[in-house]
Design a binder for this molecule. Structure first.
Ligand SMILES: [Zn+2]
Length: 160
């Protein structure tokens, strides 16, 4: 599974399958959570978090209402469209990081960003940008993501 308490905090984020080709499980998980919500079924704790993340993004709701068209859809970088599944998966990673304050200090950085931007979603997008950046760097260097760099990036967002 791409995001479970079995991979707490940083590692959970690092091992997220959005960063490797086996993306189907992650996508299916989002679709299932949404379908259950629409059908009025009971959601698990993890599905509830996934649902909250989807609800934050009304622009993606039509996508989730049409799984047959979107489950396998490609979002090649050259098309210039942001991959919604990647975006939501990063959101999930951030929810997990915030819930256990991993890397340490992330919760405080988030609170400060929220105070600065005045909007929770904007603050989370600042986290998301930094996270995406250091994951990208880690992949290029074939190394683990650099937590210090992550917090440094957030500090920069606070100052600008
Ligand atoms: Zn978002």
């Amino acid at each position: 599974m791409f995001w479970t308490p079995a991979f707490p905090g940083w590692r959970g984020c690092y091992h997220a399958p959005v960063y490797n080709p086996s993306r189907d499980q992650a996508r299916q998980f989002f679709f299932d959570s949404w379908r259950k919500y629409r059908a009025g079924e009971t959601l698990s704790a993890l599905e509830t978090i996934a649902l909250q993340v989807i609800l934050l993004h009304p622009e993606y709701h039509p996508l989730f209402d049409a799984p047959e068209r979107n489950l396998d859809r490609d979002y090649a970088p050259e098309h210039g469209t942001l991959n919604p599944f990647l975006h939501l998966s990063l959101h999930l990673a951030i929810e997990e990081q915030l819930s256990i304050d991993q890397p340490p200090g992330i919760r405080m950085a988030f609170e400060q960003l929220r105070a600065k931007t005045g909007a929770e979603h904007d603050a989370k997008h600042a986290l998301l940008e930094c996270l995406a950046e250091i994951i990208w760097q880690a992949q290029r260097a074939n190394a683990a993501p650099d937590q210090a760099l992550y917090l440094e990036c957030l500090g920069q967002k606070l100052r600008t």
